[in-house]
Design a protein around this ligand. Structure first.
Ligand code: HEM
Length: 519
């Protein structure tokens, strides 16, 4: 069994990550013998339970075991895609039948309203929000709007603060690297991204505290374990079985802890907000406070929940990608110098982080990050539930209740969209952008499209992707300007871990860093 499992994330099942160790520890607690016995019975019930009621989609079924869906969804999607790449097909997943929509038809769906094709219902069902509370509910729109407006528009202004945070964590938690030094980068990246994001989300007073980092990092992990445990019980047993899932209590306690940490900070802010000369703090906590109706401004529970959902959506997704980028830099030595040169040119005197044009000018870096995400990103995308009947142009009828996904891992290696798809070409998207005036603004890391679904599609496409791009570029540029990176002698690129539809970079691999002397 691998010692690590998955990627983390948000209240979208496409992103949740836990280690196998965490999972087994979480599942067994201190009564391992007892839980192993119960666990084995449940696994057997679950593995052999009859298929869920079939939905009436007339589309071929790709036959595969549930174990493959659990432990090897990446190959499952790639293999099934090879067979059916331009047709609608179905896969029996752990939670029932999933209808897979090919890239050539997804365009017909991405603009449909929530009342016809729902992302919220699909995510809520997949994350068992009824039990786990993993949903912003009525506040989803506010969260998304603030990410699209305040967070994205203020990126350049926030970047020097993030850089300050990055330098601080490097000086306190990164080795000196006078000579080549092995370092486990994944756990460091989780803490770094949590700190940098925290600086924008809750401000400097809270983001450096271990208590805040602990809840903001672990909320997604605890929730993911809770979902997995609950999934072992058939739906009719869950109202009772929820009391056996200790993580649900941990989730409630984490929300209470977050609320207790946020309350004094919010209280400090509210009375002064209208006073002359009072300078409002510049963070998501304040933007949210300003956006909330008066009667909810002192609802600390809502603020805690939104903050933890924000952390759950952002920390592990972004840290996974940054870790994958480091692994790719370690493998592809030649690209390090190219990206370093670009970074020194763009940052001229090293202090231009607050200029709006700085990040967009890191075009080769942008391409490199997108290529890493193409080959290491999620397995599926566009999780949706059909609410009203839909007829596709190929004649497929999708009745209400149908659960949809797109085969991201297959599309990402389709040679029609990405020539020499298995080859890692850090400048792939940069070269495409050079081809014409029209292509200049396409193929960006944050661009989305029917063959480019790492951030989803349509109204629910990831609103945090510009923030993520900013963070990853900042971290990589800073590391490249200050360190050389390579694999340990005789080792290849660290293998990713697969668990329950999610893929995440190795959490235990070490790569070598050496401080550059000319900086
Ligand atoms: C590399 C990093 C990231 C990846 C790969 C990623 C990926 C995704 C994907 C695939 C979706 C679902 C889109 C859909 O169903 O159409 C999504 C939704 C979302 N993401 Fe991200 N994300 C990342 C970073 C972030 C960050 C940094 C934030 C917050 C600052 C964030 C906040 C959200 C939110 C709030 C949603 C739900 C949007 C909605 O349902 O309307 N994500 N993300």
């Amino acid at each position: 069994m691998p010692s690590v499992v998955e990627d983390p994330q948000s209240y979208n099942p496409n992103y949740t990550a836990v280690t196998y160790d965490m999972l087994t520890q979480g599942v067994m607690g201190n009564h391992s013998g007892y839980y192993v016995a119960i666990g084995m019975v449940l696994v057997c019930i679950w593995l052999f339970q009859p298929s869920k009621p079939k939905c009436n989609v007339s589309a071929p079924l790709y036959k595969s075991s549930r174990m493959k869906w659990m432990f090897n969804a990446d190959s499952l999607i790639r293999d099934s895609y090879t067979q059916f790449r331009d047709c609608v097909y179905q896969i029996k997943a752990t939670e029932g039948m999933r209808t897979i929509i090919p890239a050539n038809l997804v365009g017909e769906l991405k603009g449909l309203p929530e009342s016809t094709l729902s992302a919220e219902t699909a995510v809520s069902e997949a994350m068992l929000s009824e039990y786990t509370q993993l949903s912003a509910g009525a506040h989803s729109d506010t969260l998304t709007l603030l990410l699209k407006t305040k967070t994205t528009q203020n990126l350049a202004r926030m970047t020097p603060k993030l850089k300050e945070e990055l330098e601080y964590i490097l000086s306190t938690e990164f080795p000196a690297c006078g000579d080549w030094t092995p370092f486990k980068i994944q756990p460091f990246m989780v803490r770094t991204v949590s700190r940098l994001s925290g600086r924008t989300f809750v401000g400097p007073a809270l983001c450096r505290t271990e208590e805040w980092m602990d809840v903001s990092i672990n909320f997604a992990i605890t929730a993911f374990i809770a979902v997995i445990k609950l999934q072992f019980f058939p739906p009719w047993m869950r109202p009772a079985a929820q009391y056996l899932v200790s993580e649900l209590t941990t989730i409630r306690k984490d929300l209470e802890k977050a609320q207790a940490m946020l309350k004094p900070l919010i209280e400090e802010r509210t009375p002064d907000s209208d006073t002359d000369g009072y300078e409002k703090p510049d963070d998501f906590m304040q933007w949210l406070l300003d956006a909330m109706p008066d009667e909810q401004k002192s609802d600390y529970f809502i603020q805690a929940k939104i903050q933890l959902l924000l952390s759950a959506s952002s920390i592990h997704t972004t840290s996974n990608l940054t870790t994958d980028c480091i692994y790719d830099l370690a493998v592809h030595q030649d690209i390090q110098e190219i990206l370093r040169e670009e970074a020194s040119e763009v940052l001229e005197n090293g202090n231009d982080w607050d200029k709006k044009e700085t990040m967009p000018r890191l075009k080769k870096m942008d391409s490199f990050i997108k290529e890493s995400l193409r080959l290491s990103g999620n397995v599926t995308s566009f999780i949706r539930k059909v609410m009203k009947p839909i007829d596709l142009s190929d004649g497929t009828h999708l009745p209400p209740g149908t659960d949809l996904l797109t085969p991201l891992a297959g599309v990402a290696v389709d040679e029609r969209f990405y020539p020499e798809p298995e080859k890692f070409d850090g400048l792939r998207f940069w070269k495409l952008r050079q081809q014409s005036e029209e292509a200049r603004d396409r193929w960006q890391f944050t661009s989305i499209g029917d063959t480019n679904m790492n951030f989803g599609l349509g109204k629910h496409a990831c609103p945090g992707r510009f923030f993520a791009a900013n963070e990853v570029k900042l971290i990589l540029a800073h590391l490249l300007l200050n360190y050389d990176i390579k694999l340990k002698d005789g080792e290849g690129r660290p293998k990713p871990n697969m668990f329950m539809m999610t893929k995440s970079p190795s959490q235990t691999a070490e790569v070598l860093f050496r401080r550059r002397t000319n900086t």
